[in-house]
Design a protein around this ligand. Structure first.
Ligand code: NDP
Length: 289
């Protein structure tokens, strides 16, 4: 039978998680700082705890999905965590996850950190492709993996509790750079009334998908240490091409501020003598320590 759990936090994400576990028949105790958010879930079978401490007392498995790390510390301050399995799905930095893990350990709990790679409508909808990174106590993960797999697929990325957050943030950072590029591209096309954004978007998506193989060739270079290995678009050529990107932005009346820092980094790498390589050397150049 489906095992019981407690869930702290009923924001947009917490509510989606709660519904997934309720739908799958898990006995669920919920708590939220603003109690009214729990009301609709009672009708769906949830038990409501009057305090976070009371919710924690109701189940061995405690899932936390609050705004940020500070709210986790605040909410769990008065809870008795001895013997509990705490799964923290609150977004935070890798260092916060590691500190939270030792904090939980000192209080007698096992700890697993999670990074949710999904938006609320993707929770409880496996075909939507969302998943959750987990890292930390492996025995905890194994013991509860069926329960944890209910809201979204699971990907365990190691015993270092910081690794789920690090994977999460690395992917979000890549996404942010991609969004910057998409934003710039739409800005370039904007004055052209005859090319509708809805006609341009499929071209953009197709091109970006075609370019993604670059991540794998870069990975191979980083592992071999030979940053010129298999390079078919060298940095010197790309840096020269950047002048055309900049001139076109100017012609179209578009600020280069989203792309300038990246293009300046490519130029810097060429200027220090690595024009025959690909982009992999920029990885080393970016690292400050
Ligand atoms: P919401 O803003 O919808 O909800 C925030 C929740 O945190 C509420 O339950 C709120 O309680 C609670 N909270 C805030 N401060 C405190 C505090 N000091 N003490 C106790 N409770 C507090 O956020 P989401 O539900 O969307 O997000 C929750 C977590 O999930 C975040 O870490 C977010 O980064 C992560 N996440 C969210 C995604 C999304 O698309 N929504 C995607 C991936 C991850 P109250 O109702 O009382 O304000």
């Amino acid at each position: 039978s489906a095992s019981p759990l407690a869930l702290l936090g009923l924001g947009d994400m917490g509510t989606a998680l709660a519904r997934a576990w309720l739908t799958a028949g898990h006995p669920l105790t919920v708590w939220n700082r603003t109690a009214a958010k729990a009301e609709p879930l009672v009708a769906e079978g949830a038990r409501v705890a009057a305090s976070a401490a009371e919710a924690v007392a109701a189940a061995d498995l405690v899932v936390v999905c609050l705004l940020d790390d500070a709210s986790v510390g605040e909410a769990l301050a008065a809870a008795e965590l001895t013997g509990k399995d705490v799964v923290n799905l609150t977004t935070g930095t890798p260092a916060q996850a590691r500190e939270r893990a030792s904090w939980a350990g000192q209080r007698g709990a096992r700890f697993l950190d999670g990074g949710i790679m999904a938006v609320p409508p993707m929770i409880g909808t496996p075909q939507a492709g969302g998943y959750i990174f987990y890292s930390g106590d492996h025995a905890l993960f194994e013991q509860h993996r069926d329960t944890l797999a209910v809201p979204a697929a699971t990907r365990y990325v190691g015993s270092d509790p910081g690794h789920a957050a690090l994977h999460d943030v690395a992917l979000l950072s890549a996404m942010t750079g991609m969004f910057a590029g998409i934003t710039h591209a739409f800005a370039l096309m904007r004055p052209e009334q005859e090319v509708k954004p809805t006609a341009f978007a499929p071209l953009l998506a197709e091109w970006l998908r075609a370019m993604l193989g670059m991540a794998e060739s870069m990975a191979q270079q980083l592992e071999s240490g030979d940053y010129a290995e298999g390079v078919t678009s060298n940095l010197a050529m790309m840096a020269a091409g950047n002048a055309t990107l900049e001139a076109t932005a100017e012609e179209q009346g578009v600020s280069g501020k989203l792309l300038d820092p990246f293009m300046a980094s490519m130029r810097e790498r060429v200027a220090t003598g690595y024009g025959d390589e690909g982009l992999a050397g920029l990885v080393d150049m970016l690292r400050q320590r």
